[in-house]
Unconditional design. Structure first.
Length: 680
């Protein structure tokens, strides 16, 4: 208010001077005083707020107007109009300048308030957040590092002041974190060197023996004249997040049971080694022989323990740079970098030898073994799928040649290997495509020549390879578990066929060890018998050779269940492979089928004939029917009768026949009503 009074006083003072001066002024003096009044009217426009400006402007404007009106010389109209116009302009200028001043001042006050708020938030941010701010000068030296920054760097603020950000990152780079971290730090330093911005760059830094992961964001600060003045940014310690993400990635790329990298990692690694094999690399594909039977017999817990033990042995056969993968189930892949065929072959042989030795799992001795296929990667650009296919074919060659061995891929894989591989991939879908069917081979009663039973023999009508006999796909079906649905189909189809032939003829069905571990086997049999109205005694289940390897409480319970249903049991291929006299003590067999090799060798060999004669006598004494397999000639028939066999089976009497053909023959009168026919 005091300043306003001073302004009014000054205005009145100059007004009095103008009025008194113009009354008696000469024309020259009048012009001078008029110019002075104009200048005095302009001064308030820049004298501060409107109150102070008008305190000076109003007296001067009024005084100038009075002086011009009452001057001794009559005022000219243009001068008077000019004065009034100029007064209006100065009036609007005062208002405009005042508005601008007020707006500028309000913005200044708001900016000060914002600055105080930001400083308050930054203090809270630095004190309570895991993030921290950082700043450098134009020489990239750290400025005013916060206590939070120093704490994250495991040091003090004073130790960080003036330290180059480049030197800080270089000195603390975690060199044990791997080449990926080295490249990330190098890329970050390159961006800093080029004065480029960067956003949430993760780097692993070492502070003493401790490794931490930081996420760093930075932006170059450019002055108004275009000069680089330093960096400003934010960083945070994201070690916990980084470790969690790395753990999740490890879980996604590794097998939880064995700890090996999984199929996803394998695909990426194989593609990488195929793109750049260096001096040469190799791929080994292998799986465990007879692993499924261990799983079925002893359970998945024992199977898992066996897998882990097998992997540990396998790892001892490899070099430090070799990379093993679990592809699924009992299948594994091994990438051998920087190797030759001879070295890959030696590693494959070592794996076969080590895994072929017995394992001791849960106080049980288990023997499995493995087969290995090898494919070389010799030139950049080979297709990963082609390499895998080659190793897989080599694996199938090893299996086809008896398992427990290793084979390298060849330029021209043989038809047998290709077929074995194709069978594996087509097997699961064959049942859905209705590609299986049954043939039936009669079993003849030697005394009368009548048919006592028929054996159901499954066939696969493969779209590429034609009719496949059981020995070409049943082993793979047992290995993969496909034997379970195939077995259900065979039981259902055999029961349906049995309903169409004379009730005096039984139907024999082969059953494997895998099927005996199927909890639904007995229910399947009972359902099929009821559906087709078949007497249980007309079904006879033949134990295959593999079933003799797997005598467990579970298999015993399954066989006892079959007997309890009223069905018969037959021991197949007796005298060959794993069948023995001791087997007869385990189960109540109704039929004993002597292997064709013993029948063939018994002709003209007295010792074998004596053994066979005693077997048939013993079997007859305990009520077991004895059948001779592989009867091909009249000499075989004569020998079987002389040795006391009850039944015979072989091409001498009839080859396996399609269901329709056998039904047709059974309908003919010759099967039992015409002399010399209907009997074999």
């Amino acid at each position: 208010m005091t300043f306003a009074l001073i302004q009014i006083s000054l205005g009145i003072f100059w007004s009095v001077i103008l009025v008194s001066g113009l009354r008696h002024a000469t024309p020259l003096q009048t012009s001078t005083l008029f110019a002075l009044s104009v200048g005095l009217m302009s001064a308030p426009a820049f004298s501060g707020p409107a109150l102070y400006a008008f305190a000076l402007w109003v007296p001067i404007t009024i005084g100038s107007s009075i002086a011009l009106v009452f001057s001794d010389s009559a005022p000219e109209l243009p001068a008077f109009v000019g004065l009034i116009t100029y007064a209006f302009l100065t009036f609007t200028t005062i208002l405009s300048v005042n508005a601008s001043t007020i707006d500028r001042e309000l913005k200044r006050i708001d900016a000060e308030q914002q600055k105080e708020l930001v400083n308050l938030l930054l203090r809270d941010f630095q004190e309570g957040s895991s993030d921290f701010l950082w700043e450098t000068n134009a020489e990239l030296d750290l400025l005013s590092p916060s206590p939070r920054f120093a704490q994250a760097a495991r040091t003090t603020p004073d130790a960080l002041i003036g330290q180059s950000i480049i030197r800080f990152l270089t000195d603390h780079r975690a060199r044990f974190a791997g080449t990926t971290n080295d490249s990330v730090v190098a890329a970050l330093l390159d961006l800093v060197g080029q004065r480029q911005p960067f956003h949430e760059q993760r780097v692993e830094l070492a502070f003493g023996a401790e490794s931490r992961c930081w996420s760093i964001t930075g932006k170059p600060i450019i002055s108004a004249d275009g000069r680089f003045t330093g960096y400003r940014g934010v960083a945070s310690d994201v070690t916990e997040i980084h470790d969690a993400e790395r753990k999740i990635d490890h879980i996604a790329r590794h097998d939880n049971l064995t700890g090996l990298a999984n199929r996803m990692s394998f695909d990426a690694a194989l593609a990488a080694i195929c793109a750049d094999p260096g001096s040469g690399a190799a791929l080994l594909c292998l799986d465990l022989d007879h692993f499924k039977s261990v799983n079925d017999r002893f359970g998945h817990k024992t199977g898992d323990a066996l897998l882990v033990a097998a992997v540990q042995r396998m790892l001892r056969c490899l070099r430090a740079q070799d990379r093993p993968f679990r592809l699924g189930g009992d299948e594994f892949g091994i990438i051998l970098p920087a190797t030759s065929l001879a070295n890959a072959d030696a590693i494959g042989a070592r794996i076969v030898a080590h895994l072929g030795e017995p394992f001791r799992i849960d106080a049980v001795n288990l023997t499995i073994g493995t087969s290995v296929g090898i494919a070389m990667i010799t030139a950049p650009g080979q297709s990963a799928s082609d390499v895998y296919h080659a190793a897989d074919l080599a694996l199938y060659r090893a299996k086809a040649e008896g398992r427990g061995t290793h084979r390298a891929s060849t330029a021209e894989p043989d038809a047998k290997v290709n077929r074995a591989r194709d069978v594996k991939f087509a097997l699961n879908n064959a049942l859905n495509l209705d590609e299986f069917y049954l043939d039936y081979q009669p079993i003849i009663r030697l005394a009368s020549g009548e048919i006592s039973a028929v054996e159901a023999l499954v066939r696969w009508k493969h779209p590429q390879y034609g009719i496949l006999a059981p020995d070409l796909f049943i082993p793979e079906a047992e290995h993969s578990g496909a034997i379970i649905p195939i077995g259900r189909y065979v039981i259902a189809a055999a029961c349906a066929f049995a309903a169409t032939i004379p009730a005096a003829i039984a139907v024999a069905i082969n059953v494997s060890a895998v099927q005996l571990h199927d909890a639904s086997l007995l229910e399947t049999i009972a359902t099929c018998l009821a559906t087709h109205g078949i007497a249980p005694a007309r079904l006879e289940f033949e134990l295959t050779e593999t079933a003799m390897l797997d005598i467990t409480p579970q298999t015993v319970a399954a066989l006892e269940g079959i007997k309890a249903l009223g069905c018969g049991l037959s021991l197949d291929d007796f005298g060959a492979g794993y069948s023995s006299i001791a087997t007869l003590f385990y189960f109540q067999f109704d039929r004993l089928k002597i292997d064709r090799s013993l029948i063939r060798d018994a002709i003209g060999e007295s010792r074998r004939r004596i053994i066979l004669r005693n077997i048939t006598r013993m079997a007859r004494d305990i009520g077991i029917i004895v059948t001779g397999e592989g009867a091909e000639t009249e000499q075989h028939r004569t020998a079987l009768i002389e040795l006391g066999f009850d039944d015979a089976q072989g091409n001498l009497f009839s080859p396996p026949l399609p269901a329709a053909e056998l039904q047709r023959q059974l309908r003919e009168v010759a099967w039992g009503e015409q002399a010399g026919q209907g009997r074999f």
